[in-house]
Each structure stands twice: as structure tokens, then as C-alpha cells.
Design a protein around this ligand. Structure first.
Ligand code: CTP
Length: 391
């Protein structure tokens, strides 16, 4: 038996929340409802109370609630928070981190997973403000179901209908299921971030890699049960849970750290390693006189070296950041470096440092293009694929 806190927002689809409660109760789960003011325009607290066989919470300002069950406790006692229907307004307030009613306060205070099933007019769903809010929430780890497509109560047609209660109940079961750990017993090696190559004691060559994608991949692999070694260049990111992190500065340090971490079942080299370093690092270069000439020498190619190493990981995944002819370059890079998969992306836009990524997975089977996703979702999808490949 799991405990679901169901937040019923305002919308004609609120009546479907009643059927959802019935399905969850029939599956043996306890359901407790929070009804927003908008939701109360469409279903009554009495109906929800009867179906859930529990009292329904409506107001943040009900002092009796605070003495019996505060909003913090309400948000933590559940195993999962479900927002259905999630209106455009509710999603916007969630994305902004507002806490101006009981529903949003509970959502802000919770430490439990959140699943939202949106329902709204098709134009509202497609509006760039809603797209932004949905993307923001997904980046924050909220699971947001895709609305159904069809004729809407307002007479328009398109995506925006609340998914059928059975589909929401199935998504709830997936969210409640104990996470399988298909990578338990496997060792995954991940490199992430840039490298810094010193010019003199105070200056260095660098690039704009933030490390976010690599850190997200390390986190996703650990979540699937892998033992993860993360070799990180200089980045301003906190270490994901259950990940063994080794900080390095230069490409040669990264190469050494990778050697030390072997053997591994899978290596995902996401780091934007500097291709060159300054040949001779001397005392601080003084400004007097003509601008200095820097002589560069090539850094070790960690990925290509690993591909030829006797203890090569069974699955070797490289990244290819390109600014033109992404697929052609990525396909050639895969062959040249001798890696199994290349994850290619176009970095001519705002990818570096941002939260999103549009990638292509290039492997022996060809090219698979993924839609634009938050980096966390690119990471979980890639981790799932890795788990399937190693199974
Ligand atoms: N890589 C590496 N060591 C290097 C350079 C790159 O391990 N010294 C890895 C990256 O972590 C990434 C892939 O190789 O997985 C990307 O290589 P990239 O720098 O794009 O390829 P290059 O061989 O430098 O090709 P080009 O500069 O022509 O795009």
C-alpha cells in the first residue's frame, strides 16, 4: 500500500480525478486529496472525501489543520504527489516556486517525487510560456505526462486533454515502483567538464563546458545501481549522490585519473578535453614588449587511447560537440576514434552551460535523433540505453 497525495486543480477535467481516486483505491493505495479553489468550482470536497475515505484539505489558513496536520507533514507523509488536472496556472506557479495556496505550498515543501498530468486549452498548452514552465519543471525532476490529443471541452482540437484516468494510474504505478537497478555490480567511468591548460602560473586555456551533462549522466548511472567514478575538470557543480568524484585540472591529469579508474564496464567520456596545451609553462609572462607567441602541443586523446587499450571497457561512449555537419562529423569521429557510440550535439547555439540539449546517438545501427530534452532526461535515457546494452 502506497500513499498518494492527489492535488486536484481547477479545470473541467477535474471530474476525472474522481475516477482516478477509484482506480488508485482499487489498486490498494491510500489517497488523500488537496483541492484548490479552482478545483472546487468543478468537484466538491465532499465527493473527493467520499471516494478517498479521508478528509480533504483545501486551505492553507485552516488553523485546525496546522495543529493536527501541518502542510509540511501533509507533503511528506505521502509516497508520491500527483497533480491532476494540472492547469497552466498551477504549472506556472509550480515552476516559479510560489507558495500562495495549500497546493503550491505542499508542492514546494515536499521531499517526495511529483507527477503532474496537465489539462488545458490547446493554445495554452502550446504557448511558449507553458512550454518554458514544463521544461523548467522537468529540469527540476518533476514527471509531467503528455496530455492527450482530441476534441476539447472548449470546442478546439489538439493536445491538452487530461490523459485518461487509467493512463494516469499506470504512470503513478511506474513512479511508485521500486527503481530497478540493472547496473548493480557494474563499474561506470564518466569524464565531465572542461580542462584548464596553464599558460603561466596565473593564466590558462579553457573552454565553455559547464560539466552539467556529464554530471547528470554520472547521476543517472548511479541511480541504476552502477558504481560510478566521475573524473571532473574544473566545474562549479556539487557531486551527485553515490558518485565517487576525482577532480582534475589538465588533460594529462584527466588521462591519468581515467587510467587509475580502470577497469570499467562502460566509459562515457563527456569532458571537453583541451586538444592542446602550452608546450613550456614558465614564469608569469610580462606585458612589456611584443605579445607572446604560444607554442601548443597536442594533449593525449583520452577517448582514442582508451579505445585501443587492452583493458578497453566493453562499452565506450564518446561525445562530439560540433558546430556544422553534426552527423557527418560524428559518424566519422566514431570510426576514427574506434568507439561504440557517439552522442553528437550542435554547440553553435546556447547548449554550453544551458539546461537543455538536442542530441543524436550514433552507433553501428545508424543515427537516432532525440528531441530537445533537459540534460537530466538526456542522461536518464542514455543510462537506460547503456543498461540495456550491458544486460
Ligand atoms: N576527447 C578525449 N580526449 C581528448 C579530446 C577529446 O577523451 N584529448 C573525447 C571527448 O571527451 C569526447 C570526444 O573525445 O568524448 C570528443 O572529441 P572532439 O574533441 O570533438 O574530437 P576531436 O578529435 O578533437 O575532433 P575535432 O576537434 O576535429 O572535432
Amino acid at each position: 500500500m502506497k500513499r498518494v497525495l492527489l492535488i486536484v486543480g481547477g479545470g473541467i477535467a477535474a471530474y476525472k480525478a474522481c475516477e482516478l481516486i477509484r482506480l488508485l483505491r482499487r489498486a490498494g493505495h491510500a489517497v488523500r486529496c488537496v483541492l484548490t479553489d479552482g478545483g472546487a468550482q468543478f468537484v466538491t470536497a465532499m465527493t473527493l472525501a467520499a471516494l478517498s475515505e479521508d478528509r480533504v484539505y483545501t486551505s492553507l489558513w485552516d488553523l485546525k489543520d496546522e495543529s493536527e496536520m501541518g502542510h509540511i507533514q501533509l507533503s511528506r507523509e505521502a509516497d508520491l504527489l500527483v497533480v491532476a488536472p494540472a492547469t497552466a496556472d498551477l504549472l506556472a506557479r509550480m515552476a516559479a516556486g510560489q507558495a500562495d495556496d495549500l497546493a503550491t505550498t505542499v508542492l514546494l515543501a515536499t521531499d517526495k517525487p511529483v507527477l503532474a498530468a496537465p489539462a488545458m486549452n490547446v493554445r495554452m498548452w502550446q504557448h511558449s510560456a507553458t512550454r518554458r514552465n514544463v521544461m523548467r519543471l522537468r529540469c527540476d525532476g518533476v514527471t509531467i505526462l503528455e496530455p492527450d490529443e482530441g476534441a476539447m471541452a472548449c470546442g478546439e482540437y489538439g493536445p491538452g486533454r487530461l490523459p485518461e484516468p487509467a493512463a494516469i494510474a499506470a504512470a503513478i504505478e511506474r513512479a511508485l515502483a521500486p527503481r530497478s537497478r540493472p547496473l548493480a555490480g557494474r563499474h561506470a567511468l564518466v569524464t565531465a567538464g572542461p580542462t584548464h591548460e596553464p599558460i603561466d602560473p596565473v593564466r590558462y586555456l579553457a573552454n565553455r563546458s559547464s560539466g552539467k551533462q556529464g554530471f547528470a549522466i554520472a547521476e543517472a548511472l548511479a541511480a541504476l545501481g552502477a558504481r560510478v567514478t566521475l573524473v571532473a575538470g574544473p566545474v562549479a557543480l556539487s557531486t551527485p549522490p553515490r558518485v565517487d568524484r576525482h577532480d582534475v585540472i589538465t588533460a594529462r591529469e584527466m588521462s591519468d585519473a581515467v587510467d587509475r579508474a580502470l577497469p570499467a564496464d562502460v566509459a562515457v567520456l563527456v569532458a571537453a578535453v583541451a586538444d592542446w596545451r602550452v608546450e613550456a609553462v614558465a614564469d608569469k609572462i610580462k606585458k612589456a614588449g611584443a605579445p607572446p607567441t604560444l607554442t601548443l602541443v597536442e594533449n593525449p586523446d583520452i577517448l582514442a587511447t582508451l579505445a585501443r587499450a587492452p583493458n578497453r571497457p566493453r562499452l565506450l561512449v564518446g561525445f562530439a560537440a560540433e558546430t556544422s555537419e553534426v552527423l557527418a562529423h560524428a559518424t566519422a569521429k566514431r570510426a576514427r576514434k574506434g568507439v561504440d557510440w557517439i552522442v553528437a550535439n550542435d554547440v553553435s547555439g546556447e547548449v554550453m552551460g544551458s539546461e537543455r540539449n538536442t542530441v543524436h546517438l550514433v552507433n553501428a545501427a545508424g543515427v537516432e535523433s532525440w528531441e530537445e530534452l533537459p540534460k537530466r532526461m538526456v542522461a536518464t535515457r542514455l543510462a537506460d540505453r547503456i543498461a540495456a546494452a550491458l544486460a
